[in-house]
Design a protein around this ligand. Structure first.
Ligand SMILES: *Cc1c(COP(=O)(O)O)cnc(C)c1O
Length: 241
């Protein structure tokens, strides 16, 4: 099990490095998050044995079951929460994940902030829906920074999130609409990068380094548009039930 995962991990790392080099970027500037949702702890352990260091889950309770089952793993993986988060799960999220990708409201950010252990800062990303697709979670901002009135309407809320002392905004996350052609995602990835650049100008007190975008079918396009974190499940662990 772990040898096929290792083979797939190696080939994905190669494709990440190639995509980065073609874009004139350092391959080390792209972090691979292996998305383990729906897979059992034994398979997750095999992925870690094969070299996975960053793991992504989209449901808090499912993640906690695996985090607890795999508490003895070395090296300890870094867990990423990539799915929609409800405020009543904020305490669990704030205490078990190294990076929360899916912060999409001030109320959620405040709930997380209340539960961060004292003396610590929880790294977060702000999730945006820049495509205008109705079903997507995230702050809705079709067109990104070019949609000036909608952006300006959001800025006060974003400013209050950036100011929460127990959170550290590290950048943005998006999910591109499903499409057969990976190139269809490119404009959305570019829009997210331009939005990141604009927010970095508005709020230089935060970091804004990370762009979490790109999944199994479109991660090379995302890297060419500046992704620093790609989230891959199927390409490494196979299909899900
Ligand atoms: C499931 C999921 C992924 C991984 O999708 P694959 O198509 O399996 O690579 C990435 N990001 C999010 C938010 C997900 O829910």
């Amino acid at each position: 099990m772990s040898s096929t995962i290792a083979t797939k991990l190696n080939s994905i790392h190669e494709r990440i490095a190639n995509a980065a080099q073609q874009a004139g970027r350092d391959p080390a500037s792209v972090t691979l998050v292996v998305v383990t949702k729906t897979h059992p702890p034994a398979l997750v352990a095999a992925a870690v044995a094969a070299g996975a260091r960053d793991l992504g889950e989209n449901r808090v309770q499912e993640a906690l079951n695996k985090i607890n089952a795999l508490a003895e793993l070395t090296p300890a993986p870094r867990w990423h929460l990539i799915g929609h988060l409800q405020r009543n799960k904020a305490r669990l999220a704030a205490t078990h994940f190294g990076l929360v990708h899916s912060v999409d409201s001030l109320r959620l950010a405040e709930a997380l902030a209340r539960h961060v252990p004292s003396g610590q800062r929880l790294p977060i990303l702000l999730q945006f829906n820049v495509s205008g697709e109705a079903s997507k979670e995230g702050f809705t901002l079709a067109g990104g920074a070019s949609n000036r009135p909608a952006l300006e309407a959001l800025l006060p809320e974003l400013e209050r999130i950036v100011a929460l002392p127990s959170l550290a905004v590290h950048g943005l996350m998006t999910i591109a609409p499903l499409a057969d052609d990976p190139e269809a995602a490119r404009p959305h990835f570019r829009t997210l990068r331009e939005l990141r650049d604009e927010l970095a100008r508005c709020f230089p007190q935060a970091t804004w380094r990370e762009l979490s975008m790109g999944m199994s079918d479109d991660f090379t396009v995302a890297i060419s548009e500046g992704a620093t974190i790609v989230r891959l499940g199927r390409a490494i662990l196979g299909g899900r039930q």
